[in-house]
Design a protein around this ligand. Sequence first.
Ligand code: FCB
Length: 451
Amino acid sequence: MSADQPFPPGFLWGTATSAYQIEGSPLADGAGPGIWHGFSHRPGAVVNGDTGDRACDHYRRLPADLDLMAELGLTAYRFSVAWGRVLPNGTGRVNAKGLDFYQRLVDGLLERGIQPMLTLYHWDLPEALEARGGWLNPDSARWFADYAAMLYEALDDRVGLWVTLNEPWVSTVLGYLSGEHAPGRRSLAEPPRVAHHQLCAHGEAVAAYRELGRHQIGISLNLEPQHPATDSPLDWEAAKRRHHFINRWFLDPLLRGQYPDELAVIFGSNWPRFPVEDLRRIAAPLDFLGINYYSRGLIRHDPTQIPCAATRITPPERRLTAMDWEVYPEGLTETLLWVKQRYGDLPLYITENGAAFDDAAPVGNQVQDPDRVDYLRTHLAAARAALEQGVDLRGYFAWSLLDNFEWAEGYAKRFGLVHVDHATQRRTLKASAQYYRDFILEGELTGEKRK
Ligand code: FCB
């Protein structure tokens, strides 16, 4: 790759969002509530009692937000569908008005030359399905595949990239082990079953896509290197356990057809025997893998921490984001190379990468966010380094387009390239948005012009 052609032709430049984090109007036009609606309204569940009731009001400001994406020069946009908006009961009857919103979104993107990447599940299960046991119910795989099939029929003529699940590790561990996310359960026995059912749902949705779809389908996983905090053998062992737990729990069954043996050790008697037939279906070939990368884990041995006896420390001497996540761009290259080396050549997308910082309020039309500019610059260089070492990377999606509802952190943490004043909903491009726009445009100047 020559210096004046830093990324290959056709490389996608996007931003990513998710439905509950930006849309607002969770019950509008006949939508059924999702689990995040109930969870965020529980006292104490979210910082400052924030909810997604208004979020970025994207549901009502769609045309203006589409224009904003065009202004940024994006060639792709990753969003998620709120399951309950299109199927208020989770299964069965389609809500035409909810589906119409996503039709308008997809059409609006295509009119602006922006390729849609649609995520089917970004953590907001319909409440009606939670009432039937949610992801603990083995029927969830069928519910999900039917929902997916309905969307393939409605949108596959215009959507070329489909993502089944976003970060099932996070929705399993934070939703069912630590209870920090919806549905807020704390159990050691449930996570292995929930993860398995989500993987089965993924497998069934891929199988349905092979019948109904004509483009590409994959999954987005959160991956990060796990490094020992010291040279002590105990910390080394702890870092290895966390690595199996975070990086291999989902990738091994998806791409090698079996769970890592180490998980049975980590979960002990809570690790069930899973049917071989399920694993065969989970390992259905993927068209691409989406990787969400934010930081690395710096790990200490800690027997009080279940189930890994490992804890992630915050290194005070390193640069941290507002989430207290270390800024560690090298880890992106390391992760991409590790995936290639362990799982072979599979087209990859960075489906999320970004950082929260305590940005200053806008002054006039400007928001200076030098830390985020630096984060973007160094992570883009890290992505490029992986490309130069032969990784088949096809695109990059910055998290996130807008400052939005950051789950249990509410609106306190700002990840956007575009600043949102949550009282007035005014949008202001941050310096990082301008940096990203110029970066994308420069690609065009060097002969990678998009149509
Ligand atoms: C990821 C989530 C995304 C956002 C970022 C900061 O884990 O997929 O919704 O919250 O973290």
